[in-house]
Ligand binder design. Sequence first.
Ligand code: UDP
Length: 327
Amino acid sequence: MKKVLITGAAGFLGSHLCDRFIHEGYEVIGMDNLITGDLKNIEHLFKLKEFEFYHHDVSTFVHVPGDLDYILHFASPASPIDYLKIPIQTLKVSSLGTHNMLGLARAKNARILVASTSEIYGDPNVHPQTEEYWGNVNPVGPRGVYDEAKRFQEAMTMAYQRIHDIETRIVRIFNTYGPRMRLNDGRVLPAFIGQALRGEDITIFGDGSQTRSFCYVDDLVEGIFRLLLSDYDMPVNIGNPDEITIAEFAEEIINLTGTNQSIVYKDLPEGDPAKRRPDITKAREILDWEPKIHRAQGLRLTFEYFKSLSHDELYKKEHKSFDAYFR
Ligand code: UDP
């Protein structure tokens, strides 16, 4: 049985990856410090003998007993609100945390896949974004803590590949959605659906002309699974190229939820990229992958999940305070 370590296991993407690898017959060790993750996302796995959970912060030294075949480094805050609240932890997990994971990969002779992001392209001057584009990132802006940490992560990963000859994979993840997103993490989809369910106004930042391209989580997980098992060791974009303005997206959510809310316009956050769409030629050619789930279907599945949350969860401001973790 192959063994895989997944960091950020209790998060949105990490928990779906745990499910997939268990389903494929792997032994899975999930690791998370639970700052932004939630055990609720993986509690169904605790009864399985193939699953183990370590409550640990990967920014500090990591020890895992025994052999490991694969490491997937997915620990990191990933919403703009989170990295504004916990900028130093955001910087540490993709720099120190990545260094620890690369060291572990080297010690175990394991293949490692690191979760990078479309944020490494910043506010892009090239559209759609190809892997060859180097990006347009402001290091000292509010998003710099995430963008630069992820850029450092890619550089560190390539250095370990070149110097220590370890097997590395880099996935650049574009906006992804689906069940288990945190309702109040500030990202646009849970924000709009939460507002619809609570009967509040929909908040569009700026004039809503900025674009994003949303990928359903199952498609993303399939792409990551293929990339891990492929022979390709340079970065690959995984995302859905179906691009939409945020204003159109708000209309889709209003139609989906059958509500009749007003739209209110708020200031555009500093550094908010004007457009984003992946060029997925590489994923198509190298991994024979492309997204299969149309936004209408993915949004319905996601709405079902949010509708199933309790009244308390719906009205809670945040599922927990970060303060408790940083005394
Ligand atoms: N956004 C919005 N209203 C909200 C939350 C987000 O208009 O209540 C916009 C945000 O300004 C950005 C887009 O939606 O242009 C996507 O934001 P998100 O935080 O989901 O992720 P990003 O792609 O910016 O990292």
